[in-house]
Every structure is written in C-alpha cells, then in structure tokens.
Design a protein around this ligand. Structure first.
Ligand code: ZN
Ligand code: ZN
Length: 222
C-alpha cells in the first residue's frame, strides 16, 4: 500500500511532521487542523460540508436555474448546499456526469422534476456533457431546470470544487473538437490534467481573495 498522504491543516496549509497527525473535525473526521484557532477560522467554509449528524443523509449541491454564470458572476451564486436523504430519487434515477468519471471525481446529477422548475441550467448541461463529443443529451439541452449533484462516492462536495469542475468542462469546449486533423480532447480527460487545471484555478481565485479557495483542496482525493 502506498504511504498515507501527509496530514495538513486545511486552514493554513501547514503540513504535519511525518508520524504526526493533526486532529480531525469531531463531527465529520474529514477535515484536519493544526490548531483550534485554525479550526475556528475555517468553520464558515467547512460548515456546509461537515457531514450532517443525522444518519442516511449526504451533502449535495442544488444548482438553481442559470445561463452559465456570465462575466462578473460566480457559478457559486447559483449553488445551494442541500442535505440529500439516501431515499432521494438522485440515487435511483440520477445520471452520471461522464467527464467527471474520467477525472476521478465521479458526480451524479439529477433533474429535480418534483419542483417543476423548467428553465435554462447551463451549468448543469455542461456538467452532463458526454466524454466523447462534448454534447449533452438532447433532453438536457432543452433546459433541465433546477438540478441536484452529489459525489458518487458520497464524499462531501464543496461549491468551490463543483465550480472548478464546471469551469474545467467549459474549458474543454475551447478545444477544437470537430475540425479535421485535430486530436480529440478525450485524451485530456484524466486525473493528472484535471488536477493541474484545478490547482491553477484555485490559485487564481485565491489571488482574487475569493473565500474557500484560500487553501489547497486535493482535487481528486478529498
Ligand atoms: Zn493551521
Ligand atoms: Zn467537520
């Protein structure tokens, strides 16, 4: 087995010494901190993904109707954290987001027909694109309305991570895909390319002081 990755503080990025482990969040055990101060400082960001205390619920993100977060708007403006019960339709009828399977963070997406909110959801459509031709199925292109997304592995999903995945998918669109002679971007769909893109994306947002991007979130493993 490969050695466990070093423990690091999710607030200040400090790495633990080998053989030392930083204490974990008592509630969810998914976040580690070097100190109580760091834990307190990070609570606003961590709170939405701290696993709910009630059993049988998972954190998902609802994507409100949108037209693709144009310039000056953050995709996260359309995101809402939501505790999704294990009995929810997403776990039976949700569809896999094909690109996310290739990059190592498989997501399931579900059109929330219960709420009957037809309308454009560009962010959801881009998340649902096929890994082969970059198009979403026709039924999606007609306007899926509000959607819910969860991680297939049931790990907590942050708005920052979902935003970076959406941007990555959209970024793929800037590659030529139909013109003769161009290599398909299918070869870009692997965890290494994604990680590199996400790292740079996080750093760029962090430089703009956007909250939640100011610490390194290992894009694949967390
Ligand atoms: Zn710290
Ligand atoms: Zn927690």
């Amino acid at each position: 087995m490969p050695p466990a990755p070093p423990s690091y503080c999710q607030a200040c990025k400090k790495k633990a010494d080998p053989n030392e482990n930083f204490p974990k969040c008592n509630k969810c055990s998914s976040a580690t901190y070097c100190s109580k101060e760091c834990q307190r400082a990070h609570w606003d960001i961590h709170k939405p993904i701290c696993t709910p205390r009630s059993q049988g619920k998972f954190w998902g993100i609802r994507i409100m109707s949108n037209r693709g977060a144009p310039e000056g708007q953050s995709p996260a403006d359309y995101f809402r954290h939501e505790a999704v019960p294990a009995t929810h339709g997403i776990f039976r009828e949700g569809e896999s987001c094909p690109v996310t399977r290739h990059i190592g963070i498989p997501l399931i997406i579900y059109r929330d027909t219960d709420r009957r909110t037809p309308g454009a959801n560009e962010i959801a459509v881009k998340l649902r694109i096929n890994a082969t031709d970059g198009f979403a199925p026709t039924s999606w292109q007609l306007g899926p309305g509000e959607c819910i997304v969860v991680r297939e592995d049931r790990k907590p999903l942050t708005m920052q991570l979902l935003e970076a995945i959406y941007r990555f998918n959209r970024h793929l669109m800037s590659y030529p895909i139909v013109d003769e002679g161009w290599a398909s971007w299918h070869g870009l769909l692997n965890p290494s390319v994604w990680q590199y893109y996400a790292m740079q994306y996080y750093e760029k947002q962090s430089a703009q002081k956007r909250p939640g991007f100011n610490y390194f979130f290992p894009p694949v493993d967390s």
